[in-house]
Design a protein around this ligand. Structure first.
Ligand code: PLP
Length: 480
């Protein structure tokens, strides 16, 4: 394909995306196909000869669209949002167009330094403090996911808490990491990947009457482990847990962890970006005490997957744990010590120019536009929560957290009956999802089935939340 043909076909492909986004409202949010349907639709033999790319668009319409859950649909309220704003897609196009590999500063200085500038700026905009910037001795990087972020944080923690021995000898079975039952499974997976094994993962009890980690329980668990000759390596408080949006008390947790020299990694994958708004910044209280902080631009910050932002207080911690330099990667810039080589901040060697899509978003919306996006969803969630509170058919399972509302269906006579209410709550979720104009997912809190409504899709407006509420009420009337 030469550049002129790319120009011609590029218009067709951009038109496809624009038409798809413009028509999303009319599509069912969830995929309705049976397992294997897609495979059955596609020719098993790969094309031996080239075929016109326009034909591929027809195949995408025929096979891919009906077999997709439409994450950018305004009625998508499941999981957490995966904002792929059209603005960010334009930046992604530039990134693909450049096709640069940013593994070393020298392989694409712009790829490295744009990222450094953006993450220093965002650290300030989030109120993270200078210590997390390159100027302040720390620094930020864009990882592919929060799962990768917690993995590299754990590797840096293993290195630091073993005084460097881990790099040579590996794990010794004495390491312990601390989380709660609400912590995202990516930490348990990271522990597995790092070779620690499930036995290294300590589930700390929550504070009474909440789902947040208890600093006292953490202190007791760490003290007991140290007394038993074990080594606390990492504590992971979450700001905005996946299930319910619970917020662990970072300040108190960090104070406890510090006494034992453990690394503190804050997982704020979904909620952290809300700190761009001063009124939500209190959620980050105590973050100045931690070692690393992660929040995903690809969830709620209008930036297409993948763009998980990870800041560390010690700018050499990740390279110290991860850097291995074969001869072919040696170069004068790296050896000068004056540049950042992001390959040493992540597991893969190669890396895309992810900062371009984030830059496009910041340029196109400004911090003001991002704040308006976040505030709009929080306001909608608080309105939805007020409807739930006022309606005898429903109850809030936990207080709303930013733009996440967790609710349950209540039986007709209002007397709580956990298993009947569980069945009704599940039936309501299934009915709403089957109707196709909204997609909801669930969690379990204290053994009880709970519907999560995560407001945050790029195109979600008040009318979509109203339509969801009507669907919830109708479904509740049908099943109660
Ligand atoms: N941490 C939290 C709190 C999450 O909610 C999620 C995903 O929803 C993750 C981590 C994992 O995110 P990623 O897909 O970026 O690995």
């Amino acid at each position: 394909m030469d550049p002129e043909e790319f120009r011609r076909l590029g218009h067709r492909f951009v038109d496809w995306v624009a038409d798809y986004r413009a028509g999303l409202d009319a599509l069912p949010v969830g995929a309705t196909v049976e397992p294997g349907w897609v495979r059955g639709q596609l020719a098993a033999d790969l094309p031996e000869r080239p075929r016109p790319l326009e034909e591929l668009l027809a195949e995408v319409d025929r096979v891919v669209v009906p077999a997709s859950a439409h994450w950018q649909h305004p009625g998508f309220f499941g999981y957490f949002p995966a904002n792929a704003s059209l603005t960010s897609l334009l930046g992604d196009l530039l990134s693909g167009g450049l096709g640069a590999q940013g593994m070393l500063w020298s392989t694409s200085p712009a790829c490295t330094e744009v990222e450094q500038v953006l993450l220093d700026g965002l650290a300030a905009a989030l109120g993270l403090g200078k210590e997390f910037t390159f100027d302040g001795g720390g620094g930020g990087s864009i990882q592919d996911s929060a799962s990768s972020a917690v993995l590299v944080a754990l590797l840096a923690a293993l290195h630091r808490t073993s005084d460097g021995a881990w790099r040579e000898t590996g794990t010794d079975g004495l390491e312990r990491v601390y989380l709660t039952a609400e912590t995202h499974s990516s930490l348990a997976k990271a522990a597995r990947v790092a070779g620690l094994g499930a036995g290294a993962v300590r589930v700390v009890e929550p504070c009474a009457g909440s789902l947040a980690m208890s600093p006292d329980a953490l202190a007791a668990a760490m003290a007991a482990d140290v007394a038993a000759g074990l080594r606390p390596v990492l504590v992971c408080p979450t700001i905005g847990t996946t299930g319910t949006g619970a917020v662990d008390p970072v300040r108190e947790i960090a104070q406890v962890a510090r006494e034992h020299g453990a690394w503190v990694h804050v997982d704020a994958a979904w909620a952290g970006v809300a700190a761009l708004c001063p009124e939500f910044r209190h959620l980050l209280d105590g973050v100045e005490l931690v070692d690393s902080f992660c929040t995903d631009a690809h969830k709620w910050l209008l930036t297409a997957f993948d763009a998980s932002m990870l800041w560390v207080r010690d700018g050499v911690a990740l390279p110290a744990a991860l850097s291995i330099t074969p001869e072919y990667l040696r170069n004068a810039a790296s050896e000068s010590g004056e540049v950042v080589d992001y390959r040493d901040w992540q597991v893969p060697l190669g890396r895309r120019f992810r900062a371009l899509k984030l830059w496009t978003v910041l340029h196109g919306l400004g911090l003001q536009g991002l704040r308006a996006h976040l505030r709009g969803h929080v306001a909608l969630a608080s309105e939805l929560a007020s409807w739930v509170r006022a309606d005898p058919r429903f109850t809030l399972a936990v207080p709303p957290s930013l733009a996440l509302v967790c609710l349950r269906v209540v039986g007709r006579d209002g007397t709580p009956d956990d298993s009947a209410d569980d069945r009704a709550t599940r039936a309501v979720l299934e009915r709403v999802n089957a109707a196709g104009s909204a997609l909801l997912t669930h969690t379990v809190v204290d053994g009880r089935y709970v519907i999560r409504v995560a407001i945050g899709s790029v195109a979600t407006r008040r009318r979509h939340v109203e339509a969801l509420w009507t669907a919830l009420c109708e479904a509740a009337d049908a099943v109660r």
